[in-house]
Ligand binder design. Structure first.
Ligand code: AP5
Ligand code: MG
Ligand code: ZN
Length: 217
């Protein structure tokens, strides 16, 4: 089962993926997390990606496509995977279709989490992320038990560099121009499920699970 989580920055893709991965035992591929880890460890990939990410721009398609292609070949992806933050352009979606076709697979479900823009701004500017395990929190909507400490691993929480108001606005613009066209792309393929993401995390999660289960009939 291959599931794509689609939605604007702050929609809750990472938040919902954390739960889905645990419950459905699927591999998790989040290109943003992979790129941030590369930036942190200063690899050649990280050095290239850094300048784009800091500005809220997309990293070039060929770089991310290669990351995902390699990752999908890992053993833990054999039973299926959740893709978070990929694809993000029509070119990436075309490339993904081709990679999957070569593996005898396809995108089974695209979960589009729809959230209003004002809500996205407050979600992103209040977000905190664990430095060690990338678990996601929010200072108001989902605070950790101990301030700035990860509930799951005890790691330190930090604010993502691209979560400043100006960079968030740039990311939203990039989303509207380059990623939103994927909504129609996947609707035409008949795999799109639209989820109202403007609600409590638990309600959104229940809807996503129902949409996935419906898809696997
Ligand atoms: P990436 O890390 O993918 O960022 P994004 O798409 O901008 O998405 P976010 O992670 O910001 O949002 P999310 O939907 O995961 O929300 P979350 O669950 O955290 O990408 C970062 C950068 O990497 C890109 O800008 C680009 O440069 C590069 N990149 C990555 N992939 C790429 C690709 N394929 N191609 C090219 N470049 C790529 O939730 C947000 C906050 O809201 C949290 O604080 C959370 O606690 C809270 N929250 C979640 N749900 C709810 C709810 N229901 N109610 C209240 N609060 C909620
Ligand atoms: Mg995320
Ligand atoms: Zn942690």
């Amino acid at each position: 089962m291959l599931i794509v989580l689609l939605g604007p920055p702050g929609a809750g893709k990472g938040t919902q993926a954390e739960r889905l991965v645990k419950q459905l035992h699927l591999a998790y591929i989040a290109t943003g997390d992979i790129l941030r880890a590369a930036v942190k460890s200063g690899t050649a990939l990280g050095q290239k990606a850094k300048e784009y990410m800091e500005r809220g721009q997309l990293v070039p398609d060929e770089i991310v496509v290669e990351i995902v292609r390699e990752r999908l070949a890992d053993a833990d992806c054999a039973a299926g995977a959740i893709l978070d933050g990929f694809p993000r352009t029509v070119a990436q979606a075309d490339a993904l279709d081709k990679v999957l076709r070569d593996m005898g697979k396809k995108v089974d479900r695209v979960i589009y989490i729809e959230v209003e823009e004002e809500e996205l701004l407050s979600r992103l500017t209040g977000r905190r992320v664990c430095r060690d395990c990338a678990a996601t929190y929010h200072i108001k909507f989902n605070p950790p038990r101990v301030r700035n400490v990860c509930d799951q691993c005890g790691g330190e929480l930090y604010q993502r560099e691209d979560d400043s108001l100006t960079t968030v606005q740039e990311r939203l613009q990039v989303y509207r121009e380059q990623t939103a066209p994927l909504i129609d792309y996947y609707r035409k393929q008949g795999v799109l499920e639209v989820i109202d993401g403007n609600r409590e995390m638990e309600e959104v999660y229940a809807d996503i699970l129902a949409a996935i289960e419906k898809g696997s009939d």
